[in-house]
Ligand binder design. Structure first.
Ligand SMILES: [Zn+2]
Length: 370
């Protein structure tokens, strides 16, 4: 058999692949050596073999607790990603699978390739979005911005600051698809009330390099929002400069959470200027989101920041304070929604898309209060 990861977003180190019933693997560090957890590789010559893939450094990953209750995804056709038996044993992640075909792809979550990103940008442009490049990343890739609508309220939606959180870009497909659907009456109404500024992938370099959490120089972009620089975090600097120019009434920053098996919103309630009135708008957003798509819920999430204790280097806190806007972080699971588990697929690209589309209803419920 043969194991490889020398492709877009690939990440695995092969320690020993001579025995398919005990394939010894390790996850490579992100740049900067602080993080690792994303993996994505192909195994060939495995048809009908009871394969055991052993990621031996699982305990040294960024979120070792996240492996409890986690199942890896596999695909034969790179379209359908199904869950395979996975256990976290003695600090190792043990993935068992008997492939029905010669080769199989395995990953932490359904990958979202750079080619697919370009397809998304092109299809949105064909459907009427304005496409611009804000500038370049450290690896020289383009920071793509889509602008849709011409209403007075500037709404910003960004995804994948953490590149291994591919669910965030799957979510974007649903959100953008709905916004650009000419038959969607709510979308039409919203495009008259708001101008949507959308960055479907905030971290192209980390995405291509197969990182979990950082860009090409090791910067965690969601800790760069207070003082971004072109040397360390051009991705954030370019977007924040444009936000300064447009103003922001609502900012939704889309992520995935390694540990919690739920969809939830984390807010900037610890920012200095947060008010009860804005908290009420945030609650309204969440209530409507849950009603429209019950894969979203309001029971489980992060603890609330104490007043004045917000981390101002994060997008949600910085935008909430800087623009006086409704700043929010959306988290989706790597695992599944524990309230409505799907045995075959777990949390999946299709469910991400559905949740993305439903966000428009939640935004519509609060747009007049922003
Ligand atoms: Zn994240």
């Amino acid at each position: 058999m043969h194991v490889s990861s020398n492709f877009d977003a690939g990440n695995i180190e092969v320690l020993d692949a001579s025995d398919p019933t005990n394939v010894r693997l390790a996850i490579r560090n992100d740049a900067g050596d602080e993080h690792k957890q994303w993996f994505f590789f192909r195994a060939v010559g495995v048809r009908d073999i009871d394969c055991v893939f052993r990621i031996e450094n699982a305990k040294d990953c960024s979120y070792p607790k996240a492996w409890d209750g986690y199942r890896a995804v596999a695909s034969y056709d790179r379209e359908e990603w199904f869950r395979v038996p996975t256990a976290y044993v003695d600090g190792q992640l043990v993935i068992r699978h008997t492939p029905l075909t010669d080769s199989v792809w395995l990953a932490y979550f359904a990958p979202y390739s750079r080619e697919r990103h370009h397809d998304l940008i092109a299809s949105c442009q064909a459907a009427g979005a304005t496409h611009e490049v804000l500038g370049q990343t450290l690896d020289g890739d383009d920071m793509d911005l889509l602008t849709i609508g011409d209403g007075p309220a500037p709404i910003w939606v960004i995804a994948r600051q953490h590149p291994g959180e591919t669910m965030a870009e799957w979510w974007m497909e649903g959100f953008l698809g709905r916004l650009l659907d000419p038959d969607d009456a709510l979308a039409k109404k919203m495009l008259a009330k708001a101008t949507f500024h959308v960055v479907p992938n905030m971290n192209p370099d980390g995405s291509r390099r197969g990182h979990l959490r950082v860009n090409a120089c090791g910067a965690n972009l969601n800790r760069e929002w207070e003082t971004p620089t072109m040397e360390r975090s051009p991705e954030v600097k370019l977007v924040r400069d444009r936000m300064d120019a447009t103003g922001v009434k609502l900012c939704l920053d889309v992520h995935g959470d390694e540990e919690l098996p739920y969809n939830f919103i984390a807010g900037p309630e610890g920012t200095p200027s947060w008010t009860d009135a804005r908290e009420a708008v945030r609650q309204r957003f969440a209530e409507v989101y849950e009603t429209v798509n019950p894969d979203f819920q309001r029971v489980h999430g992060y603890g609330r920041d104490e007043p004045g204790k917000a981390n101002m280097t994060m997008c949600t806190s910085q935008t909430a304070e800087r623009y006086g806007c409704l700043g929010m972080t959306l988290e989706m699971p790597f695992k599944d929604n524990a309230d409505a588990p799907d045995e075959i697929f777990g949390w999946s690209p299709e469910r991400c898309r559905m949740l993305g589309g439903a966000a428009l209803n939640a935004m519509a419920a609060v747009i007049d209060a922003l």
